[in-house]
Design a protein around this ligand. Structure first.
Ligand SMILES: [Zn+2]
Length: 294
């Protein structure tokens, strides 16, 4: 089984019904998690049973286990602070979709690295690095049939969220590099974790790369037009989200995603030498010019 679903009764029941129809026994079914988002790993505390195994990348396993730690949820609040989000727009940790849908408790997870292989019947699948959407997202590749199970790396209708997981990495850069690498693979079948298989794989990857290039240009121009150093919130609130919705019209959960995605883009612009950044208290400000004292 590749990925599970949210930790909800309705998801659990639907998944078990499908397995029954396939004649598959859960206790004989190993589970491969493409990444740590709860719509992929949320059910593992219900589905790990008998001798079945749960696999994840060694990077994302750390995040899945951290769901049980209070310190992990403080990170969500910290992101609000990094972005300079005013109190009325700030998501509280317990309001985050991941909080109520996370696994109920930790289960043993076997770790995998890119390049490792997994045997499944007559198939040998290799683990591929698809990091960017999460720090350690991985997929499964079956070269003889050109089949890639790609998690949330390339999606049909939406652009996968790129957020600011930490201040050490440029996750937009990592994501785009992995998009280009996947584009160069000889893929005949691409199975995303949401929606239907992709048909025009390279066309969709080009759309995603163009989307982020356009976002970067727009965000850079908003910082340049501001006339003063601004935090990520200032930029996020003036951008359209989710097919043209204004920032004021999206949910507080979506505002959190929007701000952290904006922060990831702005930090990428700093990484590329297009903008400058400086901390003021715990908020990161951006400017087209070297900073005077804030
Ligand atoms: Zn995801």
């Amino acid at each position: 089984m590749i990925d599970t679903a949210l930790n909800q009764d309705v998801c659990d029941a639907a998944l078990r019904k499908e397995l029954e129809e396939l004649g598959v026994k859960l206790e004989e079914t190993d589970i491969f998690l493409t990444h740590m988002h709860v719509d992929h790993c949320g059910l593992i505390s219900r589905l790990k049973c008998g001798g079945n195994k749960v696999y994840a990348s060694e990077v994302d396993r750390v995040y899945i286990e951290a769901f049980q730690l209070p310190s992990h949820w403080k990170w969500l609040t910290q992101t609000n602070t990094w972005c300079g989000v005013p109190e009325e727009h700030a998501l509280k940790p317990e309001e985050h979709v991941a909080y109520s849908n996370r696994p109920s408790f930790s289960v043993p997870i076997e770790t995998l690295r890119p390049g490792d292989t997994l045997a499944c019947g007559d198939y040998t699948l290799s683990v591929v690095d698809l990091a960017g959407h999460t720090p350690g997202q991985v997929g499964l590749w079956h070269e003889p049939t050109g089949s890639l199970f790609s998690g949330d790396h390339v999606l049909n209708r939406i652009s996968p969220n790129i957020t600011t997981w930490d201040l050490q990495h440029d996750y937009l850069e990592i994501f785009c590099d992995n998009l280009k690498r996947v584009r160069s693979m000889q893929i005949r079948h691409l199975y995303p974790s949401h929606g239907t298989p992709l048909v025009d794989i390279r066309g969709r990857i080009d759309e995603l790369l163009e989307h982020h290039a356009a976002r970067l240009a727009l965000m850079e121009s908003l910082v340049r037009e501001a006339g003063r150093p601004v935090p990520a919130f200032y930029v996020a609130k003036d951008i359209e989200w989710s097919k043209g919705d204004k920032f004021t019209d999206i949910s507080i959960q979506q505002k959190w995603f929007a701000c952290s995605e904006t922060l990831a883009h702005l930090r990428h612009l700093v990484n590329k030498g297009k903008l400058y950044s400086q901390w003021n208290d715990e908020t990161l400000y951006f400017s087209p010019f070297p900073f005077p004292n804030l």
